[in-house]
Design a protein around this ligand. Structure first.
Ligand SMILES: NC(=O)c1ccc[n+]([C@@H]2O[C@H](COP(=O)([O-])OP(=O)(O)OC[C@H]3O[C@@H](n4cnc5c(N)ncnc54)[C@H](OP(=O)(O)O)[C@@H]3O)[C@@H](O)[C@H]2O)c1
Length: 359
């Protein structure tokens, strides 16, 4: 049996689901992959819990309960080590073949990821930001054999695996399109049912489908990062600036508080209603669609035929040399913390299997 030391950065929805899946999946990991994940550290934004031999399953389950109750992963008051310090603790403990998991949404994780790769450690990302930064820094992550990021696009749907397969079999990617946001998909569905835009935003927020600040969804940056990641994987060295992103709120509302933003959303209703009725006259509905090709891309509200399958699911479509007339389509339910965590766990196991193959 191979013991794999793991450091988890992030203990939010996805991090907690991942820890639960690791604990409850111990037997399968052992019988199917002859491995045991020793979670040596879990860090949130305020604290870190560490054990060189691996935290016990009981400690992990207690930690999940603590986070759900709003407490930090480690309630002992001590100065939080930096993310780099946490990584260096593994080095100081002479641990080898460590897997680093980034299930934060934090900016600035690149130095930790770079150091981990330099140390021959493995890296699994659900965090899109390192992959969507300037190409000069991100390029390494797309080429690297010990870095995986299945959950960055499509939640747990095998989107990255499918694109990897198409590239492996030497298919030529022409265009990738998709509806990549669960929260914006939900809002568009509410607009179909005659909600005003402000009502749709409020409903998505009330259901917990948006980020705490709904502008993080409405601004389109998260969708932009996903389509940029797919484009870069396809072999196109695009920058974020090559993609035209339509924000669904005006710049004048960018700096106000969340409460003031929510109070101001009825100002957006008239313009959205006009777009909806223009679409309806043509038998169409509005959907927030991302598209990327070798040269450019866009993320914006588009009209799709009402009742069509594409209007009614979260999907990603690959138009390629092999799949040209009829693009290869992956669709269905895509997000949610359990599916995202499953994608992370799948990547972790994949890396273990690969190491076992080569050693
Ligand atoms: N939720 C989904 O369905 C979904 C789907 C696909 C991809 N993702 C991606 O998965 C990632 C995690 O999503 P989530 O829903 O779990 O987010 P979340 O609930 O906001 O959790 C983020 C976690 O990261 C911690 N954190 C922030 N900065 C950190 C740092 N520098 N070092 C260590 N921990 C840090 C936060 O600490 P505190 O707890 O102290 O705030 C929190 O525990 C995001 O990048 C997201 O885009 C999520």
């Amino acid at each position: 049996m191979k013991r794999v030391p793991v450091i988890i950065f992030g203990a939010g929805g996805v991090g907690q689901a991942l820890m639960k899946q690791i604990v409850h999946g111990r037997t399968q990991a052992l019988t199917r992959n002859q491995c045991h994940f020793d979670i040596i550290a879990v860090a949130d934004s305020q604290s870190c819990l560490w054990s060189a031999n691996g935290l016990t399953d009981e400690q992990l389950l207690t930690l999940i309960q603590d986070k759900r109750a709003g407490r930090p992963v480690n309630s002992v008051p001590e100065e939080r080590p930096t993310d780099m310090d946490i990584l260096e603790t593994a080095v100081a403990a002479s641990l080898e073949n460590v897997t680093i998991v980034d299930v934060t949404a934090a900016a600035g994780m690149e130095p930790v990821i770079d150091r981990a790769l330099d140390l021959q450690y493995s890296v699994v990302l659900a965090n899109k930001k390192p992959l969507a930064g300037p190409w000069i820094a991100a390029k390494r992550y797309f080429d690297h054999p010990r870095l995986r990021h299945e959950s960055t696009v499509g939640g747990g749907q095998p989107v990255i695996a499918t694109l990897r397969y198409l590239l492996d079999v030497n298919d030529t990617i022409h265009e990738i399109t998709g509806q990549l946001s669960g929260s914006l998909g939900f809002m568009c569905g509410r607009l179909d049912k005659d909600d005003t835009f402000s009502q749709a935003i409020a409903a998505a927020k009330a259901h917990g489908y948006t980020e705490p600040d709904p502008r993080d969804d409405l601004g389109g940056q998260d969708v932009m990062r996903k389509i940029l990641i797919l484009g870069r994987m396809a072999g196109w060295p695009l920058e974020a600036a090559d993609l035209q992103v339509e924000s669904l709120y005006p710049a004048s509302l960018a700096e106000v508080s969340v409460a003031d933003f929510m109070a101001a959303t009825p100002q957006l209703d008239t313009a959205m209603a006009a777009r909806i009725s223009a679409a309806r006259e043509k038998g169409q509905v509005l959907r927030y669609v991302a598209r990327v090709t070798a040269d450019n891309g866009s993320v914006n509200l588009q009209e799709l035929p009402a009742g069509s399958s594409l209007a009614n699911m979260k999907y990603i479509s690959f138009r390629t040399g092999l799949y040209n007339d009829e693009p290869l389509l992956i669709g269905g339910k895509g997000a949610g913390v359990e599916m995202t965590a499953a994608g992370v766990l799948g990547d972790m196991l994949d890396l273990v299997r690969e190491q076992q193959h080569y050693t």
